[in-house]
Design a protein around this ligand. Structure first.
Ligand SMILES: [Zn+2]
Ligand SMILES: [Zn+2]
Length: 359
């Protein structure tokens, strides 16, 4: 088959790769209909780090991508929820599928493997920016797509919408809270939309790109450029700060800003992938001193994805969140390198790209 294959930083190529085969009765093979590029894929594109993986060092070749939907072409013997031809959405990562944690949707605590195995960030799970994908642990880490969920929404449910939902819920947001989301990439934009749908009284967003600020204002957020945001948000909250901050960037400066914007007793949820170069600052004493002084709770983590689906399906079915207009550009799989370059550049008003192998 053809797939997008990681050859090194800024060198993701449309390339030949062996077809996936079923390696377990708990797995599926799908023909990929749609996939996207996650902001965290840009970390491997830049030669940064994701968890233990350092992409500046030589890597064995692997298929990239962890935001994939498709149609089932082959079912494992132990996948009773699926038939050939079903539309399926695949969580960005999979656990073993057999342990108690996997059974309750808490994939991050899977006892059958080291936590945090995502598709397409290493050769452990080949990625879904490809014509075909082996879906692991399909009964616990994937789901047939309900009819009312569009292809665009389904792609968002593989990661971005679920990560956003995780961030908002993990911060303990309640109805009537004031919320600030730092960063209006796809995850930040979904977090703002989900916070409003779940009853936030006001949602402020911060992003340097004017087009992204305009998009988040279109669904009801109040959006500011970084240089004026702190003063504006303090002013809007009577000098108090917001109840909940969702940080969707991962830089030392934005993590520090998230603690500054939180009210005394507030809560911060860090979703941006924290980079090696920022860790000493972000995890160091100054932000923690400020957090302690303000009694701000700090949450950081990687979403399970699957445990966000029930509430997100309900919100999509009720039309309370949309998300579809987030996809600003479409590409064929053969144009994958162009898709990465555009998404990385943030040019041309790009928010999220859709890649359709069938184009
Ligand atoms: Zn991701
Ligand atoms: Zn497990």
């Amino acid at each position: 088959m053809k797939a997008l294959v990681f050859h090194g930083p800024r060198d993701i190529r449309y390339d030949s790769f062996p077809d996936p085969t079923l390696t377990s009765p708990h797995n599926l093979i799908i023909e990929v209909s749609h996939c996207s590029i996650c902001g965290s894929d840009l970390h491997l594109y830049h030669g940064d780090r994701i968890g233990p993986f350092d992409y500046s060092a030589p890597q064995p070749k692997f298929c990239t991508g962890h935001e994939t939907i498709g149609r089932v072409v082959e079912v494992g013997a132990d996948t009773p929820s699926y038939r050939v031809g079903d539309r399926v959405l695949v969580a960005g990562g999979a656990g073993c599928g057999l342990c108690p944690a996997c059974a309750r949707g808490d994939i991050r605590r899977c006892s059958g493997q080291s936590p945090g195995v995502a598709y397409g960030i290493s050769p452990i799970l080949q990625g879904g920016q490809a014509h075909y994908l082996e879906v692991f642990a399909a009964e616990t880490a994937a789901v047939p797509i309900p009819d009312y969920v569009s292809d665009e929404q389904a792609v968002l449910l593989t990661d971005a919408a679920a990560t956003a939902h995780f961030g908002v819920r993990r911060a303990g947001m309640r109805e009537g809270d004031t919320v600030c989301v730092i960063g209006q990439g796809p995850v930040g934009m979904m977090a703002a939309e989900i916070a409003l749908a779940l009853g936030a009284e006001r949602v402020f967003t911060i992003d340097p790109v004017a087009a992204r600020r305009a998009q988040s204002e279109a669904f009801g957020a109040e959006s500011f450029a970084p240089d004026v945001a702190r003063a504006a948000i303090k002013d809007a909250t009577g000098g108090v700060g917001v109840d909940v901050v969702v940080e969707a960037v991962g830089l030392a400066s934005t993590i520090d800003e998230s603690i500054r914007l939180a009210r005394v007793g507030g809560s911060v949820s860090i979703l941006g992938i924290v980079q090696g170069s920022t860790q000493s600052d972000a995890g160091g004493v100054p932000p923690l001193r400020r957090a302690q002084g303000k009694t701000v709770s700090i949450h950081a983590g990687i979403a399970n994805v699957v445990d966000s689906w029930p509430e997100l399906f309900t919100l999509f079915e009720a039309g309370k969140i949309r998300g579809a207009d987030m996809f600003t550009h479409r590409f064929s799989l053969a144009q994958g390198a162009d898709a990465y370059a555009l998404f990385d550049s943030r040019a041309d008003g790009v928010v999220k790209v859709m890649i359709e192998p069938g184009l």
